[in-house]
Write a protein that binds this ligand. Structure first.
Ligand code: UD1
Length: 337
């Protein structure tokens, strides 16, 4: 059995990926500092899969602890999720973002390199495309990002590329996520942000369940059919399966650096998302139209062709299913984990 180290394994995308890795027969070692996640999600992963997962409370900047873990387990590859991800917070605390996301990556890579693992899947973001024309494809220029969070993703991609060009024995895949929403069909794991959520889906579900008074839709005067922004919403379970496919790819190759979009290739507006959530779940989402949020772009969706062709992966869940699964998690876990 091949062992995968998953950093940020207790987080939203990390925990769903752990489920799919265990289901696919991998051994999973999760490390997480639980700064924006709960250890309970690891117990839920065990419950869903009926399999064991080894987990450590470990910060990726703690090289002594990382070395202990690498010495003890025969780790074959690393999937690196652990990072801070709130755009607004990154503008207020840029050093904290560079410390966590950049120094954390370097710390992890130094240890991985020392133990000769050389297989890494990196959690990147569509944010690296900045304001390119849609659909975003992997050959477009990146780096025109407008906030520190986005820059940490762009710089991380550059660091990993430099590492690859210094030693082509590395196998590195950069996965650029679009807008992950939804939850595991069991209703046991889902998105559980600390404090007031920033991303839209946790706001919608908390408004629908009565935990927040209303959703403010950030602008309805964009150049889109209904005036609200368009995003490529992707089910987190599809995204998780994309990581299993990515692992299969780095296992079968020797010396690659590639980036892949993980998106559906389709865009939906904020109003379409809200209407679908209400209709599918037979509930009400109280909303008002507010000002545009600074930094938002009108339209963002992926070209999903490259992943289909080279990873043999494509998203299969539709928006209704994403809304149903989100709702199930919210209703089952009104106060989070
Ligand atoms: C944001 C980040 C992106 C990051 C991703 C994951 C920005 C500009 N981009 O993507 O870099 O990778 O989160 O953390 O912040 N919306 C509302 N009301 C709300 C919340 C959101 O109308 O209360 C709208 C937004 O204007 C946007 C859409 O919903 O049109 C999606 O927003 P969000 O979930 O925050 O994701 P992104 O902004 O696309």
């Amino acid at each position: 059995m091949k062992n995968v180290l998953v950093t940020g394994g207790a987080g939203y995308i990390g925990s769903h990926t752990c489920v799919e890795l265990l289901n696919a027969g991998y051994g999973v070692i999760s490390i997480d500092n639980y700064s924006n996640s709960a250890p309970e999600s690891i117990n839920k992963v065990k419950k869903i899969t009926g399999k064991n997962i080894i987990s450590f409370n470990c910060d990726i900047r703690d090289q002594n602890k990382l070395c202990e873990i690498f010495s003890k387990y025969n780790i074959d590859s690393v999937i690196h999720f652990a990072a801070l991800k709130a755009v607004g917070e990154s503008c207020r605390k840029p050093l904290s973002y560079y410390n966590n996301n950049i120094l954390g990556l370097i710390s992890l890579l130094e240890v991985i390199n020392k133990f000769g693992v050389k297989k890494m899947i990196f959690s990147s973001s569509a944010t690296v495309y900045g304001n390119n024309p849609v659909p975003y494809s992997e050959d477009m220029n990146t780096g025109n990002v407008t906030n520190p969070y986005g820059r940490t993703k762009y710089f991380s991609e550059q660091i990993l590329s430099d590492l690859y060009f210094s030693d082509k024995k590395w196998n590195i895949l950069l996965l650029r996520y679009f807008n992950p929403i939804g939850a595991h069909e069991s209703g046991l794991i889902g998105e559980d942000p600390n404090g007031i959520p920033n991303n839209i889906m946790p706001v919608i579900s908390k408004v629908a369940v009565g935990l927040l008074p209303k959703l403010t839709i950030f602008g309805n005067d964009y150049d889109t059919p209904d005036g609200t922004c368009i995003r490529d919403y992707i089910h987190v379970a599809d995204l998780a399966l994309g990581h299993v496919k990515a692992l299969e790819k780095i296992d079968s190759e020797c010396g690659i650096l590639e980036c892949f979009n993980l998106g559906t290739g389709k865009g939906n507006s904020v109003l379409e998302l809200v209407n679908t959530f209400e209709k599918t779940n037979n509930c009400r989402v109280n909303y008002e139209i507010g000002d545009r949020r600074s930094g938002d772009i009108a339209v963002c969706y992926a070209s999903a062709e490259k992943a289909k062709k080279h990873l043999n992966w494509e998203a299969k869940y539709d928006l209704e299913r994403m809304c149903q699964d989100t709702w199930r998690f919210q209703v089952n876990n009104p106060n989070g984990y």
